[in-house]
Design a protein around this ligand. Structure first.
Ligand code: 13P
Length: 340
């Protein structure tokens, strides 16, 4: 592979004990929704201010090894004139970029979704690389219903992820492969496990067909959980179901599994990660995070769009990142939250 050395260097900068990835790649409608919750209008200036705040948080690099950015952010500057990717790398946080163009219904397949954005992807990746991106992210989404996702929906989504990952590796960017089985619905944990297993199985089969080097990618899956409208489950049950599913499907060659938070509340997401690391001590992959909401939520609440709140928001972000760092080591306890 032409860029093997470069890809290996990126993996070694990103996959490290006690460090995880911050997902700050919300699309325009999603960031508008997050800002609306704190009464802030989604203007270019506010988005720049927020994402600058994230990457300039002092000490964040101790716990965070990568940040996923949205296209617009790659070209924005912090107040001291660095580009946002440069500011991230100044604290050894590898900058990356979300490259998919979002989901649409899969035609003629009610209940299934599919993600767009493959056309022209290689050219776009070359331009993002010029702007400092060293990895990419692509998300496929599976919604659980009585008859969904269908077998053929699962196959179609796997094919997209594999084609994306192959293009990334051929251009020298590490692919984050994100198949997300949503937690919306009243299904139980067994149903979530069954769908997640079928999804991961299809994804790795497709990655193999498309010659993707598993050592040079990162998997970003959902945890296996009961649906939002079902009962709650304890971290140990979630960790056991998640590890069982991943052990059945994810080859040992994959260096790191970085979970999405998917709408779990921040403390719950940290407690679940901790249980995963305690039960998964002998797992072949690193068990880390690529959280969006679960890392940003408390900081957003502290910020509220006001410059005078920047230090408090940065403290909140650093603290959330530190709690997750402890969870990656299996050393987190919920009572540390109140102590902090
Ligand atoms: P959440 O952790 O908020 O689910 O976001 C992660 C992400 O990047 C989804 O694509």
């Amino acid at each position: 592979m032409e860029y093997a050395t470069e890809l290996e260097a990126t993996i070694s900068d990103m996959v490290q004990k006690g460090r995880g990835i911050l997902a700050a790649d919300e699309s325009s409608p999603t960031i508008a929704k997050r800002f609306k919750a704190i009464d802030v209008e989604s203007t270019e200036a506010h988005r720049r201010a927020w994402r600058s705040l994230l990457v300039t948080t002092e000490g964040l690099g101790e716990y965070i090894s990568g940040i996923i950015l949205f296209e617009e952010t790659l070209g924005q500057n912090t107040d001291d004139g660095k580009t946002i990717p440069e500011a991230a790398w100044a604290q050894k946080i590898v900058p990356g970029i979300k490259v998919d163009k979002g989901k649409i219904p899969l035609a003629l397949s009610p209940g299934d979704l599919i993600t767009q954005g493959l056309d022209g992807l290689a050219e776009r990746l070359r331009a993002y690389k010029q702007q400092g991106a060293r990895f990419a992210k692509w998300r496929e989404v599976y919604s659980i219903d009585k008859h969904a996702p269908s077998l053929h929906g699962i196959e179609a989504n796997a094919e997209m992820l594999a084609r994306y990952a192959a293009v990334c590796q051929s251009e020298g960017l590490v692919p984050i492969v994100e198949p997300e089985v949503l937690m919306d619905g009243d299904h139980d944990i067994d149903r979530h496990a069954q769908v997640s297993e079928a999804v991961q199985h299809a994804v790795f089969h497709a990655l193999h067909r498309h010659h993707v080097a598993l050592e040079l990618m990162i998997l970003k899956p959902n945890m296996v959980l009961p649906g939002k409208d079902c009962r709650r489950a304890e971290p140990d049950e979630i960790a056991a179901a998640t590890l069982k599913t991943l052990r059945r499907t994810v080859p040992a060659a994959v260096p790191s599994i970085n979970f999405l938070s998917g709408g779990q509340d921040p403390e719950e997401a940290t407690a679940n990660l901790n249980a995963l690391n305690r039960q998964g001590q002998n797992a072949p992959w690193r068990l880390s995070i690529s959280y969006g909401r679960a890392l940003q939520q408390t900081a957003l609440q502290a910020w509220k769009g006001k410059p005078e709140n920047v230090p408090a928001a940065q403290r909140a972000l650093r603290e959330r990142a530190r709690m997750n760092h402890l969870a990656m080591l299996g050393e987190y306890r919920p009572d540390m939250e109140t102590a902090a």
